[in-house]
Design a protein around this ligand. Structure first.
Ligand code: GDP
Ligand code: MG
Length: 162
């Protein structure tokens, strides 16, 4: 049991997930949150913000050479974004599965982008693509005191350990 507990604690991770301005304007906040929540992931931080263009450029800094970079940053800063941190075993990789492929035309049905978006420039949601980016993005969007840490009674039913 102790080993299981230690393994569970070691697998725990956090991912930065954001509902982009198109997802907010289209009234998809609850739909998107519920997919992560029903899966069994835990929401540990959330806020709604309109990022500045400068901030959007920081968030997407690794894409600055791409032709769509300027339009993408204009878009991200064009309206409210729901910024979140979700916690759980494997949440970074599995979060990307829940989200689906970058281009909604290639996202499987059943994924968020597959079910709810049509074109790559309006794909409604962002999710960290690995442990390093997750750390950087959480630090960019949230102050340490905005991140909560709590246990929930459902965890023993989700993981079989608590
Ligand atoms: P993600 O991690 O799946 O969001 O994809 P990337 O990190 O590769 O790209 C970041 C965001 O840039 C995507 O979610 C899209 O909104 C946008 N993007 C990526 N590729 C293209 C493209 O070819 N054209 C346009 N217009 N936008 C793109
Ligand atoms: Mg990405």
């Amino acid at each position: 049991m102790l080993q299981e507990k230690e393994a569970h604690a070691a697998e725990m991770e956090r991912s930065f997930i954001a509902i982009k301005p198109d997802g907010v304007q289209r009234g998809l906040i609850a739909e998107i949150i519920s997919r992560f929540e029903r899966k069994g992931f835990k929401l540990v931080a959330i806020k709604i913000v309109i990022p500045s263009k400068d901030f959007a450029q920081k968030h997407y800094h690794d894409l600055k050479e791409r032709p769509f970079f300027n339009g993408l940053c204009d878009f991200l800063s064009s309206g409210p974004v729901v910024a979140m941190v979700w916690e759980g075993e494997g949440v970074i990789k599995y979060g990307r599965k829940l989200i689906g492929a970058t281009d909604p035309q290639k996202s499987e049905p059943g994924t968020i982008r597959g079910d709810l978006a049509v074109v790559v420039g309006r794909n409604i949601i962002h999710g960290s693509d690995g442990p390093e980016t997750a750390k950087d993005e959480i630090n960019l969007w949230f102050k340490p005191e905005e991140l909560t840490s709590y246990s929930s009674n459902t965890e023993k039913w989700i993981y079989g350990v608590n």
